[in-house]
Design a protein around this ligand. Structure first.
Ligand code: 13P
Ligand code: SF4
Length: 336
């Protein structure tokens, strides 16, 4: 990975926490981390959050460098919103199955099949797909944003068919769905979840809306990662079954040490198959190298960035709006 000895050998013996701290100050860097990152990365970050929190933080920071412990579409979002900052991602291969499911040329063809529809698009997509979209949503902002779009407006929702299906069921809106899925949330097993529920009959189940409907149907609470964390505070009882990427349990155990959190199982009966393989590529060693070398760096061509920024700006405005349904008026379909 790196000309100066790569990850491993030459880093042996380094106090990585201290070195990352030193570089963070030297570089005037902020370290942002998603809840699905390894505990040590969450603990060293200046800020840990869900996709919306992280986008807001990236847009507002004064730092010169953003070291993004998350996946590529998140770091790209940071660069789109803060183009003058250097944005580094510890491992550039940290992608996302939802992004992979939605190549921009196929998405453009899909849009062309539905000329009257606007594209409401989940943030888990490439910059090119954001540029083809009207409004971006995250799992924590999707419902609020959808409520501001007139009921008569046809809507394409991609790339996550599970989140789209959940929104359609919850709001009664007829969404035209792109058929992508998150491989992590698809891996939960209904059979194993029911076995676990029989073992802990009083424990509620909290699930992320990227889970398929067969899992969501058993959930007492459905929400984004930050929503699930908030539910962990308010839930009845002291044991929670968590149907999302299990690294979020680290924050729960820190915040509520007297409660018990159990990761929902996959088909093999444990929650390790639900670790996101993309998020798992980031390590303390790679974060250190990224801060040291300011590489791998996110670069986005300016024309593409400006197009992608429109749909992200629409998200940030609509997610913060204190307006009722329809108050923002019809959302303009991207014309160019
Ligand atoms: P949120 O943190 O916004 O709920 O998103 C979950 C996710 O899958 C990120 O990749
Ligand atoms: Fe993508 Fe799923 Fe991993 Fe999130 S958990 S980054 S949606 S593959």
């Amino acid at each position: 990975m790196d000309a100066r000895g790569g990850i491993g050998g030459s880093l042996a013996g380094l106090d990585l926490r201290a070195e990352i701290d030193r570089l963070r100050k030297e570089r005037n860097a902020v370290i942002l981390a998603h809840y699905y990152q390894k505990p040590e990365l969450q603990d060293i970050a200046d800020f840990v959050g869900d996709s919306l929190d992280l986008s807001r933080k990236a847009a507002a920071t004064d730092a010169e460098v953003i070291a993004f412990c998350g996946v590529r579409f998140m770091a790209e979002t940071a660069k789109i919103l803060s183009p003058d900052k250097t944005v580094v991602l510890p491992d550039m291969d940290a992608g996302c199955s939802l992004e992979d499911s939605c190549p921009p040329d196929q998405f453009a063809a899909f849009r062309a099949q539905h000329p009257n529809a606007i594209a409401l698009t989940y943030i888990n997509c490439s910059a090119a797909v954001k540029a083809l979209s009207d409004v971006i949503v995250t799992s924590s902002s999707a419902e609020k944003i959808l409520s501001q779009i007139p009921a008569s407006q046809p809507i394409i929702f991609g790339p996550d068919r599970n989140l789209g299906g959940y929104l359609a069921r919850k709001t009664g809106r007829d969404l035209i769905l792109w058929p992508g899925v998150c491989i992590v949330h698809e891996a939960f097993s209904e059979t194993e979840l029911l076995k676990l529920r029989a073992q802990y009959p009083d424990a509620p189940i909290a699930a992320h809306p990227e889970c398929p409907a067969v899992i969501l149907d058993h959930a007492d609470f459905v929400g984004s990662t930050s929503g699930i964390l908030a539910y962990a505070k308010e839930m009845p009882g002291d044991t929670l079954i968590v149907a999302t990427e299990p690294h979020i349990i680290h924050q729960m155990e820190k915040a509520f040490p007297d409660k018990t959190f159990i990761g929902a199982p996959g088909a093999d009966g444990n929650c390790n198959c639900n670790i996101c393989p993309y998020m798992a590529l980031n390590t303390m060693e790679k974060l250190y190298v990224a801060l040291r070398d300011l590489e791998p760096r996110i670069e986005i061509e300016e024309g593409l960035r400006l197009k992608a920024k429109k749909s992200l700006d629409a998200m940030l405005a609509m997610a913060s709006a204190s307006v009722g349904m329809g108050d923002l008026g019809p959302v303009k379909v991207t014309g160019d």
